[in-house]
Design a protein around this ligand. Structure first.
Ligand code: AMP
Ligand code: GLY
Length: 423
């Protein structure tokens, strides 16, 4: 079996690492990958958004299954491209088609989906430049803080939360009239602010059946105590201690089941991961957002907790036989701490030599933004390495991640020392 993983981050390294442990003989390719994936798989340095080039690579390496890591190729229709090409349609793709990928690619599409299928979420309305005045009136009807979301993909920057009504009106104008996020903010969703604690829930569906993967909590802000700019994610823990049995059964009944049934009712043949961003408000779950992929760095704690063979899991997904698949989960807790380039998520420099990787004990280091130059591994991105560890609880796991973080060095390296602080 030849598997192609699309992407280049810690998520994709974790996928490749898990596949490398499979008892099934699998050749793994990662496009474009990083220094971590090149050590366990074959990197293909191609532009994954140029689907004709992806096709050439798939045919050349006789790929049977494509696992799509990030959302951009999915929203751009990579699965549809495969399905409509005579030479590619036999290749299994894990990741939804373009229409369903709008669950992540359009906030309004996701909100309409939740309304239609009675899935609890914040009340909302959406506006365009033609209805800017109505948007301002709607803001006046809400209590602060005000939540404004660019409808389209905006590299994780499209959600703005403001305390002041005038600022919120100004922001709405900038998004709609001044195209602050380009075409992504041609439409803006304004929603009720929900106050609570967030977590991520992951489901893998084959279009008929689904399995629930371990849950996780990530830490998005750059600064300790959840302060400062939003990042892709600075660390994660799994499982989430406040997600007890009662809460998780509410999540399953009120959110996961209606989400999966909604796909059937809407005639969507969704094959792939669904990442449900949840918030717990007075003991009840509400959906903050859907993503049509796994989270990063959540994957770096979720995948290591899966004991089942990952190639078997992917094959069962591709063959619509998840109903007969038993997912085995490691009871231990997992944590990951992200080492990032100084300056991230604003400007930072690449090409810093990384040392200490050989001295790591009892952790797995997933590469996020790295590159190999001659015999050296250098930084190649804002998020550089994710240090994942296990423990009887997340505190014990974190201790190991932090001990190992101290052994790794590169110029201007930064990491948050308070992952899990709120649990
Ligand atoms: P999203 O991209 O929709 O996940 O939003 C980014 C972040 O904004 C979330 O992780 C939340 O922290 C926050 N957020 C989004 N929507 C709401 C809401 N309705 N109430 C409170 N916080 C929100
Ligand atoms: N860690 C959040 C995300 O992957 O979107």
């Amino acid at each position: 079996m030849n598997i192609l993983i699309i992407g280049s981050g810690g998520r994709e390294h974790a996928f490749a690492w898990k596949i490398a442990q499979s008892s099934k003989l699998a050749n793994v390719f990662v496009a474009p990958g990083n220094a971590g994936t090149s050590a366990i798989a074959t990197n293909l340095l191609i532009d994954v958004l140029d689907f004709t080039i992806v096709k050439e690579a798939v045919l050349e390496h006789a790929i049977n299954l494509v696992l799509v890591g990030p959302e951009i190729p999915l929203v751009a229709g990579i699965h549809d491209f495969f399905a409509s090409d005579d030479e590619l349609k036999h290749v299994k793709v894990i990741g939804p088609k373009k229409y369903a990928a709008q669950l992540e690619g359009s906030k309004e599409f996701a909100k309409e989906y939740m309304m239609r299928h009675h899935i609890p979420t914040a009340a909302y309305q959406s506006f365009t430049v033609d209805t800017l005045a109505d948007g301002c009136t709607f803001l006046e009807s809400l209590k602060p803080p005000y939540v404004l979301k660019a409808d389209g993909l905006a590299a994780g920057k499209g959600v703005v939360i403001l305390d002041n009504l005038q600022d919120a009106k100004q922001e709405l104008k900038q998004m709609l009239q001044d195209q602050k996020f380009g075409n992504a903010s041609a439409k803006v969703v304004i929603e009720e602010f929900l106050s609570g604690i967030e977590m991520s829930c992951f489901v893998l569906t084959d279009g008929k059946n689904y399995v629930t993967l371990p849950n996780a909590k990530d830490y998005k802000r750059i600064g300790e105590g959840d302060t400062g700019l939003n990042t892709g994610g600075m660390g994660a823990v799994s499982p989430v201690s406040f997600a007890d049995e009662v809460f998780l059964s509410k999540v399953d009944e009120r959110i996961v089941k209606p989400t999966i049934q909604g796909l059937k009712k809407d005639g969507i043949d969704y094959v792939g991961f669904i990442f449900i961003g949840l918030i717990k408000v007075n003991g009840d779950p509400f959906v903050i957002e859907y993503n049509v992929r796994m989270g990063d760095p959540e994957t770096e704690v979720v995948i290591p907790r899966i004991k089942s063979d990952f190639v078997d899991l992917l094959t069962a997904t591709a063959n619509q036989s998840l109903d007969t698949f038993t997912l085995e989960i490691d009871e231990q807790a997992a944590t990951t701490v992200m080492l990032v380039s100084g300056g991230y998520p604003s400007a930072y420099e690449n090409g810093k030599t990384i040392t200490g990787l050989d001295s790591i004990e009892n952790s797995v280091v997933f590469h996020a933004g790295t590159k190999q130059i001659n015999n050296q591994i250098v930084t190649n991105g804002g998020r550089v390495l994710a240090i994942t560890s296990f423990g009887v609880d997340f505190k014990e796991a974190l201790k190991t991640s932090y001990q190992n973080a101290e052994k790794i060095k590169f110029d201007d390296m930064y990491y948050r020392k308070d992952i899990g602080f709120d649990l």
